[in-house]
Design a protein around this ligand. Structure first.
Ligand SMILES: [Zn+2]
Length: 362
C-alpha cells in the first residue's frame, strides 16, 4: 500500500504501517489535551492505542498463519488507523478453507480476551460503566483491553463482506450455489451494512464511517474480480489475443505515432525493433512527449520497454491479467515461440462485459 513504512518481517511476511497512523496518535493526544487530561493519562491513552495495534497485527497474523496451512502465502500485513489488512496471494476457494482462514483472526481476539480475563475482575454493571468513563489508566488498562478484544471479535464477525464474517457468509453460501453467485449476494449485503456503518458513524464515531466506506469499496472490487474470473473461465490467452494490431518501429518519430492515434481507434501500439517486439507506446505517453516538444524524437526514447508474454493455450485468470497489464498494456501471446497476437487489457474488459451480458441472458 502506498505511503506505508516497513516495520520488519515476521514469518517471512512484510509488516507495514500506514503513515495516517501517526495522525491517529496526534488525534488521541489532541483529544486528551482538549479534555484537560494530565500527561500521564495521555501517555496511557497512547500506550493503549499502540497495544490495540499489536492486537490488530496478531489478528492479521492469525489469518496469515491459517492461510499458510493451506499453502497460501501472505505478501504483507499493513496496519491502518481503521484496522489491518493481510494481503494473501489468493483467497482459498474451498469454502471450508476460507471459513477457517476468516475465523482465525477473530479467534486471536477471543484468545487475547480469554488470557486477559484471568488478570482482571469484572465489576458490576454500574461500576463497569464508571470505570470505562474514567478512560484508560493503570487500573483500567486491562479491563479496556479485554472489552476491546471481545468487541473486535464480534465486530469482525458481522456479515459485512469483505470483513471476516462476510467471508464466512460467502463460504457458507458457496456450499449451496456457485461461488460467483455467493460472492454477489455477500457483496451486496456487505455494502448494505457498509451504508449502515456510515450513517451510524456520522452521528457517533468517524472511524465507523471510514470502515463503512472501506467495506463498500472492498466489496465492489472483490465482487468484480470474482465475476470477471467467472466470465473468463475456459477462455484461453489465444482467444483473447487480437491478430490485427497497429505497430510502429522504434525509429519512427513521435509525430508519426501521434498521427496514428488520430487515424485509428487504438490507444496502444506495439513497438518493433528489427521486426521483433521490443515495447509499447500508449496515447498518454505520446501526448506527454508532444507537450515536451519531442515531436521529432524517436519512439525509442519514450517507449515502455516492459513486455509481458503468455502462452496461447494458457487460461489466464483475471488477477494475473490485471497484474501483467499494469506492467505492460499489451501482452504478447505466443504459440510455440511464434507470436500469435497481443492482448490489450482494455479489450479484455470489453470481452468480460460481453460474456457477462451473455451469461445474464440465459
Ligand atoms: Zn480479520
Amino acid at each position: 500500500m502506498k505511503g506505508s513504512l516497513k516495520l520488519g518481517k515476521v514469518f517471512g511476511i512484510d509488516v507495514l504501517i500506514h503513515w495516517t497512523f501517526s495522525l491517529l496518535i496526534l488525534f488521541i493526544i489532541y483529544k486528551n489535551y482538549r479534555a484537560g487530561h494530565t500527561t500521564i493519562e495521555t501517555v496511557w491513552s497512547v500506550v493503549f492505542i499502540l497495544s490495540l495495534f499489536v492486537t490488530v497485527f496478531l489478528h492479521e497474523l492469525g489469518h496469515s498463519l491459517m492461510a499458510k496451512r493451506f499453502n497460501v502465502k501472505t505478501n504483507s500485513i499493513t496496519l491502518l488507523p481503521i484496522g489491518g489488512v493481510a494481503s494473501l496471494e489468493r483467497i482459498p476457494e474451498k469454502p471450508k478453507e476460507e471459513i477457517l482462514v476468516a475465523l482465525a483472526g477473530p479467534a486471536v481476539n477471543l484468545a487475547l480476551a480469554f488470557i486477559t480475563y484471568f488478570f482482571i475482575s469484572i465489576p458490576d454493571a454500574q461500576t463497569l460503566l464508571e470505570q470505562l468513563n474514567e478512560g484508560v489508566n493503570s487500573s483500567t488498562f486491562l479491563l479496556n483491553f479485554f472489552i476491546v478484544n471481545i468487541w473486535l471479535s464480534v465486530f469482525n464477525l458481522l456479515p459485512a463482506f469483505p470483513m471476516d464474517g462476510g467471508r464466512v457468509f460467502r463460504a457458507l453460501l458457496s456450499f449451496f450455489m456457485p461461488r460467483h453467485r455467493a460472492t454477489w449476494i455477500a457483496a451486496r449485503l456487505g455494502q448494505l451494512l457498509g451504508i449502515g456503518f456510515i450513517i451510524l458513524g456520522i452521528s457517533s464515531n468517524p472511524f465507523l464511517a471510514f470502515i463503512g466506506v472501506f467495506i463498500i469499496l472492498g466489496a465492489q472490487s472483490e465482487n468484480q474480480v470474482v465475476q470477471s474470473g467467472f466470465a473468463l473461465k475456459g477462455t484461453k490467452a489465444g482467444d483473447l489475443a487480437m491478430r490485427d494490431y497497429p505497430v510502429l518501429s522504434e525509429n519512427d518519430t513521435i509525430s508519426k505515432a501521434a498521427e496514428m492515434v488520430l487515424n485509428s481507434q487504438n490507444k496502444v501500439f506495439l513497438i518493433l525493433t528489427n521486426s521483433a517486439p521490443s515495447g509499447t507506446l500508449g496515447r498518454d505517453e505520446i501526448i506527454l512527449a508532444l507537450s515536451q516538444g519531442k515531436q521529432h524524437a524517436a519512439v525509442a526514447e519514450v517507449m515502455n520497454r516492459k513486455l509481458e508474454r503468455m502462452d496461447a493455450e494458457e487460461e489466464p485468470d483475471f488477477l494475473s491479467l490485471i497484474t501483467k497489464g499494469k506492467e505492460s498494456p499489451l501482452i504478447l501471446v505466443y504459440r510455440k515461440d511464434k507470436l500469435e497476437g497481443v492482448i490489450d487489457i482494455e479489450n479484455v474488459m470489453e470481452y468480460i462485459m460481453i460474456m457477462q451480458a451473455k451469461q445474464n441472458a440465459i
